[in-house]
Design a protein around this ligand. Structure first.
Ligand SMILES: [Zn+2]
Length: 292
């Protein structure tokens, strides 16, 4: 006899109300930071106070399935302690583990630190906590976790691109307005410098920053040649500030100078729209399995 594993909601609840291993003297956090990559790596498992399977550690034959998979019967522990309490259950009674659990929750109440898990992370936790290595290798559970992770990656890349396109549009629109008013009012360099400190000037600067930083993140996330090529083209055009020289150095009074600037702004916009289109294509959801 075996109860079902805890629900996703329960897994999120457990990590959402704990920061470190439930063994009161253990300082290991449930996720550890990899200093080299900056990534958080799962460093823990969910342990059962009363086992999920008949004959398992602290198995309680009178316990209902609902009670067995409830958060009150579960405790997040570091890998060492999760292993230890099930290997030598005679040293770790249910009452003792309930006491650990109480302390873990009390600590959360005080420090308010915990982990917010994504759906892919829940799948990881369920996989390492409730399946044997053999089941993992045979059952395609890794494949499910991997496809959830890929979906999250695609979503992240889509939103990086959408934010960049939005920022580029806003930047080029403001640049156009700036060019017009600079020409109309006969602005000099001093006026431009003043303008840089207005809300519009600051918005332009922050849009450029956003584009730079999202481009960096996107390069880190994707190796797709079409996407990288579109990103390079858009960023290079965006970085070509010489085109606006007439605006900075005085006013672009000549119509031809303004035409060059407008044409370039349209070019920048077009390249970011291309990036968006290519992103939509490259990051489309894969067809469901089994379709030809
Ligand atoms: Zn521990």
């Amino acid at each position: 006899m075996e109860h079902r594993t805890p629900t996703e909601g329960t897994v999120k609840q457990l990590y959402g109300t704990a920061w470190r291993c439930g063994e009161p003297s253990c300082t290991k956090p449930l996720y550890r930071l990899n200093d080299d990559t900056g990534e958080y790596i799962l460093n823990s498992r969910i342990a059962h106070i009363h086992a999920r399977s008949q004959g398992g550690p602290r198995w309680d034959p009178d316990m209902s399935e609902a009670a067995n998979r409830d958060a009150s019967n579960l405790i997040p522990l570091c890998e060492t302690h999760a292993w230890e309490i099930d290997q030598t259950p005679q040293h770790f009674t249910a009452d003792m583990l309930r006491e650990w659990k109480k302390k873990q929750l009390a600590e959360y109440q005080t420090v308010q630190r915990s982990w917010t898990l994504t759906d892919a992370e829940v799948t990881d936790v369920v996989t390492v906590s409730f399946t044997t290595l053999e089941e993992r290798l045979l059952g395609g559970i890794y494949a499910a976790a991997e496809s959830a992770r890929q979906e999250e990656r695609r979503q992240r890349q889509r939103s990086l691109i959408a934010d960049m396109v939005h920022a580029a549009n806003s930047w080029t629109d403001t640049m156009q307005v700036l060019t017009i008013s600079s020409a109309r009012n006969g602005w000099k360099t001093r006026d431009i410098i003043e303008w840089v400190n207005t809300d519009s000037g600051r918005a332009m600067a922050s849009n450029r920053e956003l584009i730079k930083s999202n481009a960096r993140k996107l390069r880190f996330e994707t190796r797709h040649p079409d996407l990288l090529a579109a990103l390079d083209a858009a960023e290079t055009a965006m970085g070509n500030l010489e085109v606006y020289e007439p605006v900075w150095s005085g006013s672009p009074t000549k119509a031809e100078e303004r035409t060059v600037i407008y044409r370039h702004l349209n070019h920048v916009k077009r390249l970011f729209l291309d990036l968006e289109q290519i992103g939509i294509k490259v990051l489309a959801d894969p067809p469901p399995e089994g379709t030809p």
